[in-house]
Design a protein around this ligand. Structure first.
Ligand code: PLP
Length: 486
């Protein structure tokens, strides 16, 4: 058949049925055999260039041809984040429920920027964010019935950026536009680099970013006295403190800042207080871990990534704000081509005004599926199981005289290292990096590292949906064996 006369039928339902089944089979087989792949991809940079043609095909190919290439050319370059032996960074959970929600969202193919463009998308998002706010026992002012409300962002980085822009514009409305150079941001040095990026984008002067030192004396939590001193100094210098980012579960060591004390300082100085609980927020649905967000009632905004440890396929970052108008005043636009009765009459939420892009996917479907197909009690036990596995690993590490646990574990992250020999910290750091390289290049597992007070620390974050006790004990054996070799 002459390809140029081929009539494209991209929405052929029967083709979807056939190919869709085949794709689901492919993914199911992938999950069944996921442990047979090296967890961390071992390919060299540029590997794919030599395997694929230089230009796109002129004529249709079959799904079998594509899936063959996925098997032989793509999978070798995939790092298997859903492997039960993936312990690097923080997890990025997939699940059957999340996957189905993602599929449904792709199938409906809507773009829900304003309420009118798909009322269900906006309304379901408001409802599931309220559901989750209630599971976390967040203060009433974060629920959508009043001035506050929740919204799904693509990432924690976007969540932090939009609230910083809201806070910036709020303060500039009273201080005057020319005061941008006086605005000061505060955080501990353990805060994710997403905050620095937000400052760069929001035009905060780099010399006005106060990165306050946290150390082992507080288990890497920010000391309120340090914040108070910095704020007082800045006020004396005629600067304007305007934004504080607190952490519940830092990226390096899952440290928890004292929210209530920080919030008090923020409030008395009219500073917007944001709490980043990207990873650890999920654990706080369990009553016994809720204490770690005590003080969140003093925050202006709060974010947690459902795509990390809450079985909701990437991307799904949840953000709650106390004052939705601060967001919409900073981010809303009202072009003629988007005008509609519901928006004009102020009857509805238009989420385009709560985020950076205009277009938005129907992401609440996957969170809704997760909550409905699993239920809160099962989700709490899912979290508890990972925390128990981490506790077991922490114990194994502490029983081995060649290793030490670096910070006390709270959630499911274990931070440890090989101990120094003859107090030689420099050598110890390079040995730990060598160990990291050795375990990761074995393909059997994947862990990552960080630095705490100049010490190279290995991070084992338990939280992949397929991880069981045997994976953790086997991982520890591999680490011990490789340690003998370095
Ligand atoms: N905040 C914390 C505490 C994180 O651990 C991470 C990522 O691991 C982020 C923010 C950034 O997340 P995202 O990729 O959603 O922007």
């Amino acid at each position: 058949e002459n390809g140029s006369r081929h009539v494209l039928k991209p929405m052929d339902s029967e083709q979807l049925r056939e190919y869709g089944h085949r794709m689901v089979d492919f993914i199911t087989d992938y999950y069944k055999t996921i442990e047979s792949f090296p967890v961390l991809s071992q390919v060299q940079p540029g590997y794919l260039h030599n395997l694929l043609p230089d230009s796109a095909p002129d004529h249709p190919e079959t799904v079998e041809q594509v899936l063959d290439d996925v098997k032989t050319k793509i999978l070798p370059g995939v790092t298997h984040w859903q492997s039960p032996n993936f312990f690097a960074y923080y997890p990025s959970n997939s699940s059957v429920a999340g996957f189905l929600g993602e599929m449904l969202s792709a199938g409906l193919g809507i773009v829900g920027f304003s309420w009118v463009t798909s009322p269900a998308a906006t309304e379901l998002e408001m409802i599931v964010l309220d559901w989750l706010a209630k599971l976390l026992n967040l203060p009433e002012h974060f629920l959508c019935k009043g001035n506050g409300g929740g919204v799904i962002q693509g990432s924690a980085s976007e969540a932090i950026l939009v609230v910083m822009i809201a806070a910036r514009d709020k303060v500039l409305r009273s201080a005057g536009k020319n005061s941008l150079g006086k605005l000061v941001v505060y955080s501990s040095d353990q805060t994710h680099s997403a905050l620095q990026k937000a400052c760069q984008i929001a035009g905060i002067h780099p010399e006005n970013c106060r990165v306050l030192k946290a150390d082992s004396s507080t288990n890497y939590a920010l000391r309120p006295e340090l914040l108070q001193e910095a704020v007082s100094r800045d006020l004396e210098a005629g600067l304007i403190p305007f934004f504080l980012c607190g952490n519940v579960g830092t990226t390096s060591s899952a440290a928890v800042d004292p929210l209530a004390a920080l919030g008090k300082i923020a409030k008395s100085n009219e500073i917007w207080f944001h709490v980043d609980a990207a990873y650890a927020g999920s654990a706080c649905i369990c009553p016994e871990y809720r204490q770690y967000i005590d003080g969140v009632e003093t925050a202006d905004s709060f974010n947690m990534n459902a795509h990390k440890w809450f079985l909701t396929n990437f991307d799904c970052s949840l953000l709650w704000v106390k004052d939705q108008h601060a967001l919409t005043e900073a981010l809303s636009t009202n072009p003629e081509f988007l005008k509609n009765k519901a928006s004009q009459a102020n009857l509805v939420v238009d989420y385009k005004d709560w985020q950076i892009p205009l277009g938005r996917r129907f992401r609440s479907l996957k969170l809704w599926m997760v909550l409905r197909l699993y239920g809160a009690e099962t989700l709490k036990n899912y979290i508890r199981n990972h925390i128990k596995l981490a506790k077991d690993l922490e114990q194994l590490v502490s029983q081995d005289p060649n290793f030490e646990v670096i910070t006390p574990r709270i959630f499911s992250l274990v931070c440890f290292r090989m101990v120094p020999i003859d107090d030689d910290e420099k050598k110890c750091n390079s040995r730990n990096l060598e160990l990291l390289e050795a375990v990761n290049s074995s393909g059997k597992l994947f862990i990552s590292h960080t630095a705490l007070s100049g010490k190279i620390v290995l991070r084992c974050a338990i939280g992949a949906p397929l991880t069981e006790e045997k994976h953790v004990t086997e991982t520890w054996k591999v680490i011990q064996e490789k340690a003998k070799q370095v």
